[in-house]
Design a binder for this molecule. Structure first.
Ligand code: ATP
Length: 211
C-alpha cells in the first residue's frame, strides 16, 4: 500500500536521507528506529509532504504522490502526529477534536468522537480543558485522537511515547496496540523499545540510511 523507493532528502546542502526504500503493507505496524538525528522525523515529514526537499518515489495505493502538496496527501488518507503535537492550545479537548472531524471521511463525526474517546478514556474527563492546561502525555493523546478523527488509512507517528509520564506511556502503548489490533496501518518512529516487540517489522535508520 505504501511503497517508498530511493528516497533522498536535503536541508539546504546537507543530505539527511540516502536512497531509503521500504514498504508498509495494509494492516501492518511498522516501527522506525534510530538514534537522535538518524532521520526519523525527516522521513515521516517527507512522506506527508512537509519539511525537507526530497527526491525519489512515494507510491500510495498505486499512485505516485511525491509531487502532491501535503493537504492532498492528507485527503488521500495519510494521517500524521508530529513530535511537537501541534494542537490548538487555547481550544478545549472537545474543540480540538471537532475541528478535526470536519475533514473526516468515514462514518459520522459523532461516531468517530465516541470511538476516539473509547480509546483514550482519560480524555473523557478533560473535554472542556484547554489543551494548554494538559500534561505532555495528555496532549500527545489528544494529538493522536485528533488525527484519528480524520479516519486516516495510514497513521504516521513521530515518537508518540517520548517525554511523557510512565503511566501515560502505558496508556498510549495500549491505545496504539488496540489500533494495530483493529488493523490500522501504522508507521511509528521511536527510539525506545516500547512498540518494537509488537511490530510486524522494525526498520533501522542510521545516519539517513536504512539497514
Ligand atoms: P530526533 O529523534 O532527534 O528528532 P530524528 O531521527 O528524527 O532525530 P531528524 O530530526 O530527522 O532525526 O534529523 C536528521 C538530520 O537532519 C539531522 O542531522 C538533523 O540535524 C537534520 N535536520 C533536521 N531538521 C532540520 C532542519 N529543519 N534544518 C536543517 N537540518 C535539519
Amino acid at each position: 500500500m505504501l511503497d517508498v523507493s530511493c528516497l533522498n532528502a536535503w536541508y539546504g546542502p546537507a543530505q539527511a536521507l540516502f536512497d531509503v526504500s521500504f514498504q508498509v503493507h495494509s494492516g501492518e505496524l511498522v516501527v522506525l528506529q534510530g538514534l537522535n538525528g538518524a532521520g526519523k522525523s525527516t522521513l515521516l515529514q517527507a512522506l506527508i509532504g512537509i519539511g525537507p526537499r526530497v527526491a525519489g518515489q512515494i507510491v500510495w495505493d498505486g499512485q505516485p504522490l511525491q509531487d502532491w502538496p501535503a493537504h492532498r496527501r492528507a485527503r488521500a488518507g495519510l494521517g500524521f502526529v508530529a513530535e511537537d503535537r501541534r494542537l490548538f492550545s487555547a481550544l478545549s479537548v472537545r474543540e480540538n477534536l471537532w475541528i478535526a472531524a470536519r475533514s473526516g471521511e468515514q462514518g459520522t463525526a459523532a461516531e468517530q468522537f465516541d470511538k476516539v474517546l473509547g480509546l483514550f478514556p482519560n480524555l473523557q474527563t478533560l473535554l472542556d480543558r484547554p489543551a494548554s492546561q494538559m500534561s505532555g502525555g495528555e496532549q500527545q493523546m489528544l494529538a493522536l485522537a485528533r488525527t484519528l478523527m480524520t479516519s486516516p488509512r495510514l497513521l504516521l507517528l513521530d515518537e508518540p511515547c517520548e517525554g511523557i509520564a510512565p503511566v501515560l506511556v502505558q496508556a498510549m502503548r495500549d491505545a496504539l496496540l488496540a489500533l494495530a489490533g483493529e488493523g490500522v496501518t501504522m508507521l511509528v518512529a521511536e527510539q525506545n523499545q516500547i512498540l518494537a516487540a509488537h511490530a510486524h517489522r522494525v526498520l533501522q535508520l542510521t545516519s539517513g540510511h536504512l539497514a
